[in-house]
Design a protein around this ligand. Structure first.
Ligand SMILES: *[C@@H]1O[C@H](CO)[C@@H](O)[C@H](O)[C@H]1NC(C)=O
Ligand SMILES: *[C@@H]1O[C@H](CO)[C@@H](O)[C@H](O)[C@H]1NC(C)=O
Ligand SMILES: *[C@@H]1O[C@H](CO)[C@@H](O)[C@H](O)[C@H]1NC(C)=O
Ligand SMILES: [Zn+2]
Length: 925
C-alpha cells in the first residue's frame, strides 16, 4: 500500500479506545486449529436495467481445510456483511458430510467471525471442503468489492468499474475466509460478468465460458500461496497497454495514450528488482503483472499480487498538464514501491498486522533506493532526508507516535489494525532500514535480504526472523549487541539528540544523549535511551562517504568520548544523517561549523548534513533548546547555499516563525530572507528552462513561492517582466507558483481569463488558486468571493489564498470582511462555514492589535453566528496562545533581525537626522 492517511490512524486510535477499551474480553484472532489451503471462488456481478451495477453480487466458495488438532468441533472464520445462503461440509472425495442449518451458524458482528458448530469432530490432518453460497454487497465506499463510475470523454456516457480493495481486513466482505495474513492459501477465481464488461484478477485468464444470456464467466489460473488481503478483481471496459499475458496497464480506452510513461517505468522497474533480489518476479510463482487505474481508491496504490491497483492520477500523464517532474516522480515512486511488495509483502508476509513495517518500511526504502538507481536525475537519496526522515522526526517526537513493532496482543480490533498503517510503519521504518543497510554495507545487507526472502518465500515472518538474517551478515567490527540495537529502534518509540561538546583544547569530544521531544510534558517518556552508531567527519578528515560506524555508543553509558591527537576545528556527527538521531553542538563547535559552512564549497560538508544541521537547529529553537536568534544568525551561511534540500529544511522550520511575526516585524524578516537567498536566487532566477535539473526545478518553485510572497523586489519584478513579455505556459510543476506570483504583480485579469478558458479540470483549479494571489483583495472579494455565480468551495479557496499569499495584507482583509460579515455568510450560504473561514484566518494573526480586532469583532457579531459562535470563541483562545508563544520565543529574534538590518537602516536615519538639523539650522537663519 502507498499513500496512507496520517489523520486516519489518529482517528482510529481514538475510536479503538472508546469502543473497545482494554477489556480484553473479545478475541479477534482466529484459532489455529483449522487452516485453509485452497479457495475455489466464483463471483457473479450483474447490471440493472438502467446499466448501473446491481447492489449485490452472488458468490460461491469452496475452501479446502484441514484440522491441525484432535477433536475440532467448531470452525471459526471471517465473514462480514455477507448473506450466507448455504453452508456444507464435504470430505476430500466430495461426499456431503454435513449441511449447516442457521442454528449451527453463528455470527459475531464485532469480530466479524462466523462460527460453525460441527455434528462430528474433524479428523486430524484429513482434507475437507467447506462450501458456501452467499450474497454480498457491491459497495459505494472503497473497500471490499465496490463500484466507481466515470464519464466517457467522447459521449459523456456514464461507465462503471467494479473493483476490490481487501487490505487490511476487507476480504471478509467479499468471501467467507480466514482473513488473517498468516492463513495463506491458493486461490482460483472465476468471475461471471455481463457483456460488454471484461474481468481481470491476480492471475492469467485460462478461458471464458458462457454464463447465461449475454453473460460470460472468466476462469483464472490458480494463484501462488498468498494472504487473503492480496486478492483482487477488476471488472470494467478497460483496455490494456502492453502484453496482457505478461505486463500490461489497464485503463479507460480513451486514456490509452496517457499511460505511455507509466508503462515505460513498469518495464524498467521489474528487471531492476529481478536483479536486485536475485530471483525474478516470475519465479515467485505468478508470471503476470497487471496495473489498473481507478478514479476512486482509498490509497494511491495497492500491491495485490499480479494486479496492482492505482489511483488514475498515478498512472496517467496528460502531456502539458500532468507530466511535470513532480508528477513523474509520483508515478515512479508509486510503481517502484508497489513492485517491491511482490517480494516484501506478497512472497514474504508479516505474520500479523503489528508488524506492518516489515512490508511498508522496506517498500518505502526501496522506493528511494531502486528509484535512485533507475532515475538518478531525481536524486532520491537526497530527497529521502527531507521528505521522509525530517518529516517523520516530527511525529516520532510526540505522544501520538507508536513503536514500529507493537506487541501482537495490542493489535486486535479493526481500529488497532488501521492504526498500524501510519507514518511510523512507512517512513520511520524506511529510515531504520536505511540505517541498517548503511551500517552493514550495501553488499552485506542485500545478501541478507536475499537469504531472508528465499527462506520465507510463501511464508510469514516476524521481526525476529528478519533480525536473524541481519545478524548473520552483520560485520563483526565494531562491536555491538545487535538484539539491543534492533529493539531500541523497533520496539521503543522516538529517537535521541546527541549532544557534542569539545574540551582539552579541542583534543577531546564528548557525546551524550537525551530523547528529543517536540512537546515535553505530553506524556512521552523523556528517559528513553538508544544504542547509537557513531559516524563523524572533521576538518582534518572531511570524509563524509564512509558510513561504517567508528563505534556504537552503549545506551547504558553516560557519555562517549573521542580523542584526537591534533586538535580539531569542527566536527560533523551522523554522516549523511544516515542514523536515526539529531545532533546538538555546543556553542564553540557550532560557531566553527558556521564558519566552515560559510564558504563557497561549504568546506566539503555534504548537502545531506547541511540539511540536517538546518533542520536540527530549527527544531531545537522550536522547543526552546536554542534561541531562534542564534539559529537565524547561523542560517546566514545560506546566502551561499544553492542546493535544494537545505532549503526545504529551512523553509519547513521558518514557516511557523514567519507566520507568527507581526506586520510591523515582517519587513525585517523580508530583508533577512532576501539576504540569505542571494546565491540561490542568483542561481535559479524566476525563469524555467528545459535544461533545468530536477532538484533545481523544485528549488526554484519553492524559492519563488517564498520570495515573491515576502516582497522580494527582484523576484516580483522578474516575474512581472516574464509574464508580460511571454505567453508561454510555465511547465506544469511550476505553473501555479509562477501564475500566483504573476497575479500579485498585475497578472490578475489575464489569469482570470485563462481560468475561464481552461477546460482541463486540475489546471482550471490551479488557475483559480493562482488568480486568487492578487493583492487587489477588494476587487477579488467583491467580484468573486461575494459573487452569486461561483460555488462555495471556490470562494473559500479564493479567500484563503488572498491572505495566505499576501501575509502583509491580512489586517485590511479582515477589516473588509468584518465590515459586513453578513454578506460573506450569505455568499457562503452558512454561518458555520463563515465561522470556519474566519477561524482559519485567525491562525495567521500574530499581533496584539490583531487579537483586539478579532476580539472586538467577536463581541459585536457573535450572536449572528448562532451555535457556530463557539468555533470563533475557540479560535480566540488559539490566537491568544499563538501570540504568547511568539512573545516568549521570538523576542530575541525580532531584535536580532532589527539589528542586523539596522546597519543600513541606521545610516539612513542618521543622515535624515543630519538633514533635519541642517534644515532647522537653515530655517533659524
Ligand atoms: C472450482 O469449482 C468449479 C465448480 O464451481 C469446478 O468446476 C472446478 O473444477 C473447481 N476447481 C478446482 C481447482 O477444484
Ligand atoms: C494516441 O497516440 C497516437 C500515436 O501517437 C495518435 O495517433 C492518436 O491520435 C492518439 N490518440 C489520442 C486519443 O490522443
Ligand atoms: C502518551 O501519554 C500517556 C500518558 O498521558 C502515556 O501513558 C503513553 O505511554 C504515551 N505514549 C507514548 C507513545 O509516548
Ligand atoms: Zn506499500
Amino acid at each position: 500500500m502507498n499513500g496512507c492517511g496520517f489523520h486516519l490512524w489518529l482517528l482510529a486510535i481514538a475510536t479503538s479506545l472508546v469502543l473497545f477499551g482494554s477489556c480484553g474480553c473479545v478475541d479477534y484472532r482466529l484459532p489455529r486449529n483449522v487452516v485453509p489451503t485452497f479457495y475455489n471462488l466464483t463471483l457473479r456481478v450483474f447490471v440493472d436495467t438502467d446499466g448501473k451495477p446491481a447492489s449485490t453480487f452472488s458468490g460461491e466458495v469452496s475452501i479446502d481445510i484441514q484440522a491441525l488438532e484432535q477433536n475440532v468441533n467448531q470452525i471459526r472464520l471471517h465473514s462480514d456483511q455477507l448473506d450466507i445462503e448455504a453452508c456444507r461440509l464435504y470430505n476430500a472425495k466430495g461426499d456431503l458430510l454435513d449441511e449447516f442449518e442457521n442454528a449451527r451458524l453463528t455470527h459475531e458482528l464485532e469480530t466479524h467471525q462466523l462460527q460453525l458448530t460441527l455434528k462430528q469432530a474433524l479428523a486430524l490432518n484429513e482434507q475437507y471442503k467447506l462450501q458456501f453460497q452467499y450474497k454480498g454487497q457491491v459497495r459505494n465506499d472503497v473497500s471490499g468489492l465496490f463500484s466507481v463510475s466515470y464519464a466517457e470523454e467522447q459521449t459523456g456516457a456514464t461507465k462503471w468499474v467494479l473493483l476490490t480493495e481487501m487490505q487490511a481486513i476487507s476480504a471478509r466482505l467479499v468471501l467467507p475466509c480466514f482473513d488473517e495474513p498468516a492463513f495463506k492459501a491458493k486461490f482460483q477465481v472465476h468471475i461471471g460478468r455481463p457483456v460488454p464488461y471484461n474481468a481481470i484478477s491476480n492471475t492469467r485468464l485460462i478461458n471464458t465460458t458462457p454464463d447465461g444470456v449475454n453473460r460470460f464467466m472468466d476462469h483464472f489460473e490458480i494463484t501462488p500461496i498468498m494472504s487473503t488481503y492480496l486478492l483482487a478483481i477488476v471488472v470494467s471496459e478497460y483496455k490494456a497497454r502492453g502484453d496482457s499475458q505478461k505486463l500490461a496497464i489497464y485503463t479507460r480506452p480513451e486514456w490509452y495514450n496517457y499511460t505511455e510513461f507509466s508503462y515505460q517505468v513498469a518495464q524498467r522497474v521489474q528487471p531492476a528488482y529481478d536483479a536486485y533480489f536475485g530471483t525474478s518476479y516470475e519465479q515467485l510463482g505468478n508470471p503476470i503483472y497487471q496495473y489498473a487505474s481507478t478514479p476512486r481508491f482509498p490509497y494511491n496504490s495497492m500491491e495485490n499480487w499480479g494486479l496492482v491497483i492505482f489511483k488514475d492520477k498515478v498512472l496517467l500523464e496528460h502531456a502539458g498538464y500532468t507530466d511535470g517532474w513532480l508528477q513523474k516522480e509520483f508515478t515512479i515512486r508509486n510503481i517502484v514501491h508497489e513492485n517491491s511488495h511482490m517480494w516484501f509483502g506478497n512472497s514474504v508476509t508479516f505474520s500479523w498486522w503489528s508488524y506492518v513495517w516489515m512490508n511498508e518500511g522496506f517498500a518505502r526504502y526501496l522506493e528511494f533506493l531502486i528509484g535512485n538507481e533507475l532515475y538518478p536525475e531525481y536524486q532520491f537519496d537526497q530527497q529521502f532526508i527531507v521528505s521522509k526522515l525530517h518529516s517523520v522526526f516530527s511525529t516520532d517526537a510526540l505522544n501520538v507516535t507508536q513503536p514500529m513493532t507493537s506487541p501482537e496482543s495490542s493489535i486486535q480490533t479493526p481500529a488497532d489494525i488501521k492504526y498500524k498503517f501510519g507514518r511510523i510503519s512507512f517512513a520511520k521504518a524506511a529510515c531504520i532500514v536505511r540505517m541498517w543497510r548503511n551500517l552493514m554495507g550495501g553488499e552485506n545487507f542485500d545478501k541478507a535480504m536475499r537469504a531472508y526472502l528465499k527462506e520465507f518465500h510463501l511464508k510469514n515472518a516476524s521481526p525476529s526472523d528478519l533480525f536473524a538474517f541481519l545478524e548473520q551478515y552483520w560485520p563483526e567490527q565494531p562491536l555491538v549487541y545487535l538484539p539491543q540495537f534492533f529493539a531500541d529502534f523497533t520496539e521503543q518509540v522516538g529517537y535521541p539528540v546527541v549532544r557534542v561538546s569539545a574540551s582539552l583544547e579541542n583534543h577531546q569530544i564528548t557525546l551524550d544523549q537525551e530523547r528529543f521531544l517536540k512537546s515535553p510534558g505530553d506524556g512521552s517518556d523523556p528517559k528513553l535511551r538508544y544504542t547509537l552508531p557513531i559516524t563523524f567527519a572533521t576538518n582534518l578528515q572531511p570524509n563524509f562517504k564512509n558510513l561504517t560506524p567508528h563505534f556504537y555508543y552503549d545506551k547504558n553509558a553516560d557519555v562517549a568520548q573521542l580523542y584526537f591527537n591534533d586538535p580539531i576545528d569542527w566536527i560533523v556527527v551522523n554522516l549523511q544523517q544516515s542514523n536515526y538521531y539529531r545532533v546538538f553542538y555546543d556553542t564553540p563547535l557550532l560557531k566553527a561549523l558556521h564558519k566552515a559552512l560559510d564558504t563557497t564549497e561549504h568546506s566539503a560538508i555534504v548537502v545531506e548534513n547541511r540539511a540536517m544541521i538546518v533542520d536540527d537547529l530549527l527544531n531545537f529553537a522550536y522547543v526552546g533548546k536554542m534561541d531562534y536568534a542564534d539559529v537565524f544568525e547561523f542560517m546566514e551561511y545560506m546566502s551561499k547555499e544553492g542546493e535544494y534540500i537545505p532549503w526545504v529544511a529551512a523553509y519547513a522550520g521558518m514557516e511557523l516563525v514567519a507566520r507568527r511575526l507581526t506586520p510591523q516585524q515582517l519587513p525585517n524578516f523580508n530583508k533577512y530572507l532576501k539576504d540569505i537567498t542571494t546565491a540561490v536566487f542568483a542561481k535559479l532566477g524566476v525563469s524555467w528552462s528545459s535544461k533545468d535539473k530536477v532538484l533545481d526545478v523544485y528549488n526554484r518553485n519553492m524559492q519563488v513561492a517564498w520570495l515573491c510572497k515576502y516582497q522580494h523586489t527582484e523576484c516580483n519584478a522578474q516575474v512581472r517582466q516574464r509574464f508580460e513579455e511571454s505567453t508561454e505556459k510555465p511547465t506544469p510543476d511550476y505553473r501555479e507558483t509562477f501564475y500566483c506570483a504573476a497575479a500579485r504583480v498585475g497578472g490578475y485579469e489575464r489569469l482570470l481569463e485563462l481560468y475561464a478558458k481552461e477546460t482541463f479540470a486540475s489546471d482550471k483549479q490551479l488557475l483559480w488558486r493562482a488568480a486568487s494571489c492578487t493583492r487587489d483583495y477588494q476587487k477579488h472579494y467583491k467580484n468573486e468571493v461575494l459573487s452569486k455565480s461561483r460555488d462555495v468551495e471556490l470562494k473559500t479557496i479564493a479567500l484563503a489564498q488572498l491572505y495566505q499569499q499576501n501575509p502583509d495584507l491580512i489586517t485590511p482583509i479582515f477589516r473588509m470582511i468584518a465590515e459586513n460579515v453578513t454578506q460573506l455568510a450569505e455568499s457562503l450560504n452558512s454561518w458555520e462555514k463563515t465561522a470556519q473561514v474566519l477561524s482559519e484566518m485567525s491562525e495567521y494573526f500574530s499581533s496584539r492589535d490583531q487579537q483586539k480586532m478579532y476580539t472586538d469583532f467577536h463581541e459585536q457579531n457573535h450572536q449572528l453566528f448562532g451555535s457556530s459562535a463557539q468555533i470563533l470563541s475557540k479560535s480566540l483562545d488559539n490566537v491568544k496562545e499563538n501570540i504568547e508563544w511568539a512573545e516568549q520565543r521570538l523576542g530575541r529574534l525580532v531584535n536580532f533581525l532589527q539589528k542586523r538590518n539596522g546597519a543600513a537602516g541606521l545610516k539612513f536615519e542618521v543622515s535624515l537626522l543630519l538633514l533635519l538639523s541642517l534644515l532647522i539650522l537653515l530655517l533659524k537663519h
